[in-house]
Ligand binder design. Structure first.
Ligand code: 9PG
Length: 755
């Protein structure tokens, strides 16, 4: 690594990318005058009227960290607009820009995210004011031709030059990376939102991490895994590191979140009885679903969270809450805590609690199913106190311990706030902090409609995509943020690297009901939804009307439960805008295997060749099992050809190294084929005995498949000590069925065949 702190410095990596003629820039106002400070040298203060700036560089393994420190030096406050911690022409990646793939991370949960091939046209969003309000927080007229990615991007020039630019702090400012597709500009910008900096006061921008390497997916995973420390509000040393993967998510025992949600069948029309009937069905069917999430619709208006709709919940929330808890479930409650419906009692009582525009009018956060909802000012002490009281009451009076907080971007709408020194990011974070403090550390907090950065460290789970929907393609609108199974899955896959690192990913709900008036997904599409959710290992919530689900469909739900807690990797994230290859490597002390999800996004049948090399499997011979078709495809050392890969079908393929003694091939109890339900597998050569231990909550019928290479032949199979019939679906294979309730031990005895 090479630094040239000259007049126009260069950031470079030996044999890798180079960023030439880089600078930093601060835009601010003093009185009516707009000033720009340009910095071209690290550590040397640069002064303008009323403001001093220092550009900091730090070398870290494989890269750099850059940020700015600003101090107001005059007699009057300055108004800060933007701070570019890095700006210059597009970097040199050794290949022309049209060959690049650029990771474009959307702003909030529902915002489209993908790696775009610059040779294709850039994403044409709808450009409506509503779209901009929800997804483009920094929109300005020069946005045309601009690729903007929130907090992080990876620029990838195939085959092997990639550069990651990602902020590793995100508490205080919204931050984006902007790239002009003509190569004229690459800027990493922190938005200071016209906040006031008082004389003598200092602040620090977010910290940008730059790293180069050959593998863009690995860079993204590495970035997500880094501590995202929060810079101290007024310069100086960063405050203690917040490492989400440790503090929240897995480390707190939240690895496997399951549940049932009211929204995607009832869409708010559910009554208390509907909830109770589903609760009963979960018990009757012995479905291992933990959280019962009462989504939108129980309240009379956004903001009036204790005004329960009497037509739907005639006895209020308490009896339902009580029944949910009595049945041993966690109660989940949906809110949109940073909104006040224009029609709400909240707004009538506190018209001064909203963010204001320049004319003093309340700013609309979003339109909720036709009703404008004003954005609450989460820097206002009254709002923060009310938030605390609201969530403490839900916990105290209803016993809720799972909170889905939605439409969070409302708190980050531009406008005037009670605290003129608070940025949009800080305002949002204060609101989420108030909720986290009120619900306690042991409750689960799920962000939704949430700007991602400022929620890091505060939420346990995060919705990372648009709403799932009874339709594959969107029905009303054709932008990438429109509710549809396809769009939900895209983001679930493209943001998979965040899972277990920044929080637990919520890919949105699993729907398994039969095709009909309430669901338009064909079998392959429903299986794709099931497979992708199961392979991604995040939150797994069902949202069907369970009393009316046929047993033939419930079995799909069971095959996704519980989640592994570990995400498959989207191997071709930087190759295809809709990634087609997910790979979950599984390693246990008794074996090693890989589960691949190979997706056909096309609306027609295609032929797909799956090469071991494309999956990155070590060279060798593998048994291949086609999960949904329950078909053994034989042994390969090269590739599998799916000659009729149907529209929207995900082929879930197991790759298991070939062994010279009897071994477990797979089970059909879970899409991840052993990663969840197989707790042990032992072979004893002396006695010719293979023991497989299965363990899984609920009640489920399924098969265990064993491989029986010559000279071995099966003598008998026992399930929990009782002799069990078995089949041989092909030479060298053995299949035994069983009802799994809790745990089971399969013991298979083999002998060497006499020749
Ligand atoms: C409840 C729902 C569910 C869902 C959330 C959120 O109009 N819109 O653009 C719009 C976007 C998302 C949305 C609703 C409306 O869904 O993601 O899970 O909780 O709210 O209203």
């Amino acid at each position: 690594m090479d630094t040239h702190p000259a007049d126009h410095p260069t950031l470079s990596w030996p044999g890798g990318p180079a960023l030439r003629q880089v600078a930093a820039a601060v835009r601010y106002r003093l009185g009516d005058a707009l000033h720009t400070l340009t910095l071209t040298e690290p550590d040397r203060p640069v002064a303008g009227p009323g403001l001093q700036a220092v550009w900091r560089w730090e070398s870290v393994p494989n890269g750099y960290r850059l940020w700015l420190e600003l101090t107001a030096t005059g007699e009057t406050p300055v108004t800060l607009e933007t701070a570019d911690v890095l700006t210059g022409p597009a970097p040199d990646l050794g290949a022309p820009m049209p060959t690049w793939r650029v990771y474009q991370n959307g702003w909030q949960s529902w915002s489209p995210t993908f790696a775009r091939h610059l040779g294709d046209s850039i994403y044409a969003d709808p450009g409506t004011p509503e779209y901009r309000a929800a997804h483009q927080p920094h929109w300005e007229p020069d946005y045309d031709g601009l690729i903007s990615s929130e907090w992080v991007t990876v620029l990838f020039a195939p085959p092997a030059q990639a550069l990651l630019l990602g902020f590793v702090t995100a508490k205080d400012q919204l931050a984006e990376i902007r790239l002009r597709s003509d190569g004229s500009e690459l800027t990493a910008r922190c938005h200071l939102d016209s906040v006031l900096l008082s004389p003598g006061a200092s602040l620090r921008t977010e910290v940008l991490h730059l790293e180069a390497g050959p593998d863009p997916l690995r860079l993204l995973e590495t970035w997500a895994e880094m501590p995202h420390p929060s810079p101290a509000a007024s310069g100086g040393t960063p405050s203690p590191l917040l490492t989400l993967g440790q503090e929240r998510g897995g480390g707190r025992g939240w690895g496997e979140v399951t549940g049932w949600c009211t929204w995607y069948y009832f869409y708010g029309e559910n009554t208390a009885d509907d909830v109770l009937e589903n609760l009963r069905a979960i018990a009757d069917y012995r479905l291992p679903l933990d959280v019962i999430l009462i989504d939108d619709g129980y309240q009379t208006a956004i903001g009036d969270w204790f005004s329960i709709n009497p037509d739907k919940f005639p006895d209020g929330m308490e009896p339902v809450a009580e029944a949910v808890r009595a049945a041993g479930h966690r109660l989940g409650i949906w809110t949109a805590p940073f909104g006040a419906a224009a029609t709400s009692e909240l707004f009538a009582a506190h018209p001064d609690w909203t963010v204001r525009d320049d004319n003093g009018n309340p700013v609309v956060g979003w339109i909720h199913w036709g009703v404008p909802c004003y954005a609450l000012d989460t820097t206002h002490p009254g709002v923060l106190a009310w938030l605390g009281e609201t969530f403490r009451r839900m916990r105290r009076e209803w016993g809720a311990t799972f909170f889905k907080i939605d439409f969070l971007f409302a708190a980050a709408r531009p406008g005037r706030r009670h605290d003129p020194t608070a940025t949009r990011a800080q305002a949002l974070r204060r609101g989420v902090e108030a909720i986290r403090a009120a619900i306690g550390d042991d409750a689960f907090l799920l962000g939704c409609g949430a700007p991602l950065g400022p929620c890091i460290g505060l939420v346990d789970g995060m919705r990372i995509g648009t709403d799932v929907d009874p339709n594959w393609h969107p029905i009303f609108r054709y932008d990438l943020s429109a509710a549809s199974t396809e769009n939900a899955l895209r983001n679930a896959i493209t943001r998979a690297p965040f899972h277990n690192r920044l929080w637990l990913n919520d890919p949105d709900c699993l729907l398994v009901r039969q095709r009909g008036p309430d669901l338009d997904l064909v079998l392959n599409e429903m299986r794709t939804l099931t497979a992708v959710i199961a392979l991604l290992g995040g939150l797994t919530l069902n949202s069907d009307n369970l009393p009316f689900i046929r047993p033939g469909r419930l079995k799909y739900l069971r095959q996704a439960l519980p989640p592994t807690g570990v995400s498959a990797r989207p191997l071709d994230l930087f190759e295809h805008e809709m990634p087609r290859r997910l790979l979950l490597p599984v390693e246990r002390d008794w074996g090693r295997w890989w589960v691949a999800g190979v997706i056909n996004w096309e609306d027609r049948t295609v032929q797909t060749t799956v090469r071991l090399a494309d999956l990155g499997l070590p060279p060798g011979r593998y048994h291949v099992f086609h999960y949904w078709r329950r078909r053994y495809l034989g042994v390969t050392d090269n590739a599998v050809v799916l000659s009729r890969h149907q529209p929207h079908e995900t082929a879930v393929l197991l790759f298991k190294p070939v062994s010279d003694r009897p071994d477990l091939l797979t089970t059909t109890f879970h899409v991840c084929q052993g990663a969840v339900e197989v707790t042990d597998c032992r072979w004893d050569e002396e006695t010719g005995l293979l023991r497989v231990h299965l363990e899984k909550a609920g009640q489920q019928f399924g098969d265990v498949w064993l491989t029986v290479p010559p000279p071995w032949e099966a003598v008998e199979v026992r399930v929990d000590g009782r002799r069990s019939p078995w089949l041989s679906p092909a030479p060298g294979l053995l299949r035994a069925g069983l009802m799994l309730e809790g745990r089971a031990e399969i013991t298979a005895t083999f002998r060497r065949k006499e020749r």
